[in-house]
Design a binder for this molecule. Structure first.
Ligand SMILES: Cc1cc2nc3c(=O)[nH]c(=O)nc-3n(C[C@H](O)[C@H](O)[C@H](O)COP(=O)(O)O)c2cc1C
Length: 187
């Protein structure tokens, strides 16, 4: 076993889910692409997003609300665009059909299989990014993305990101049942 070390700056998790984070700034919906997103608590469900210094942060800071929208593969181009262009200079509010639930500053994307409207539960200032932890207040989907009343990833068709090669990937086939395939090794 000849292990070598590589630069920690070039290490990420493989793969990362791609989402569109929404906020309202100056009365306008804005969306940015985010790959650094994760579920971080069991009960209540909490989600973290790590944001650098972006226009979106303004809306989150002002209203303490944001949305996490899970795009499908058909939205890859628009998602990438939302990661290339800032709402400070270009209006991204008309890219998608936007709707709102009870949180009026958490813009939701109708075309996305899943949209989560969050309030800010807490935040942590990190050396570069701000980690916002959101608590979902409402989660929207459509019947067609469910199997036995639960979200079905094969129907949702989300996509993922790898860095530093900067590729998007579709989700492949399941290879085994979690909390199950290891049972045979129990003594
Ligand atoms: C694939 C991809 C993933 C990204 N992930 C993040 C992320 O996790 N955190 C972040 O702060 N910016 C991320 N960005 C950059 C922002 O989406 C980008 O700077 C965006 O233009 C910010 O929009 P805004 O200025 O309208 O808020 C990502 C961009 C791309 C293309």
């Amino acid at each position: 076993m000849a292990k070598i070390q590589i630069d920690g700056n070039h290490v990420f998790l493989y793969p990362m889910p791609m989402v569109l984070v929404g906020a309202v700034i100056d009365g306008k919906a804005n969306f940015m692409a985010v790959g650094w997103v994760s579920r971080v608590n069991m009960k209540p469900p909490l989600f973290s997003i790590a944001l650098g210094h972006h226009h979106t942060n303004k809306g989150i800071e002002e209203h303490q609300e944001f949305s996490i929208n899970i795009p499908d593969v058909s939205l890859m181009e628009k998602t990438d665009y939302c990661g290339l262009i800032s709402g400070e200079k270009h209006d991204k509010s008309r890219l998608f059909e936007v709707f709102y639930g009870e949180l009026k500053h958490a813009p939701l994307i109708a075309q996305c299989p899943v949209s989560i409207a969050c309030t800010v539960y807490t935040k942590a200032k990190l050396p570069f990014d701000t980690l916002y932890i959101g608590e979902p207040k409402e989660v929207f989907t459509e019947e067609k993305y469910l199997t036995e009343k639960k979200l079905d990833v094969q129907k949702m068709k989300p996509f993922t990101l790898t860095m530093p090669d900067n590729n998007y990937w579709s989700v492949g086939s399941p290879i085994g049942k979690a909390w199950s395939v290891g049972k045979g090794l129990k003594t």
